[in-house]
Design a protein. Structure first.
Length: 141
């Protein structure tokens, strides 16, 4: 029985050595490395594809957000320009004339006070529609 047991242990040792030898065989090791490399390439491809899809989605989201922000900014600037234009229009000399005012002048000089147009001075009044010539007959103030 002892001989059988020793023979069994010896065969077990031989099997272990054969397996070890097979694992150390460069061809077996190379095949295992190739298999791991192929698996790694597939995993990288899946990860890269997923990352590209995530990046594409993020780009689409950022484009939509940018468009929204630009539209909002353009709208705000447009409203401000309209307000400023309305203010300028109200201050326009033509708009002042349209409201019934006139601009008096003596020659090339605008009349700003009675001292600029004494009695008997000929003045010109610019109106919204046309001009008048008049002579000063009285001053006060």
């Amino acid at each position: 029985m002892l001989v059988r047991r020793q023979a069994g242990l010896a065969w077990q040792k031989v099997d272990e050595l054969e397996q070890r030898l097979r694992r150390m065989d460069p061809r077996v090791r190379l095949t295992a490395v190739r298999e791991r490399l192929v698996e790694a390439e597939h995993a990288m491809g899946r990860l890269a594809g997923a990352r590209v899809r995530v990046t594409e989605l993020r780009v689409v989201q950022l484009e939509a957000r940018s468009e929204s922000l630009v539209r909002g900014r353009v709208s705000a600037v447009s409203m401000r320009v309209e307000r400023l234009a309305a203010g300028l229009s109200a201050l326009s000399p033509v708009a002042v004339l349209e409201r019934g005012y006139s601009v008096l002048s003596v020659g090339e000089n605008v009349v700003r006070g009675v001292e600029d147009a004494p009695v008997a001075t000929e003045v010109e009044a610019r109106l919204a529609k046309g001009r008048l010539r008049a002579r000063v007959t009285d001053v006060s103030g």
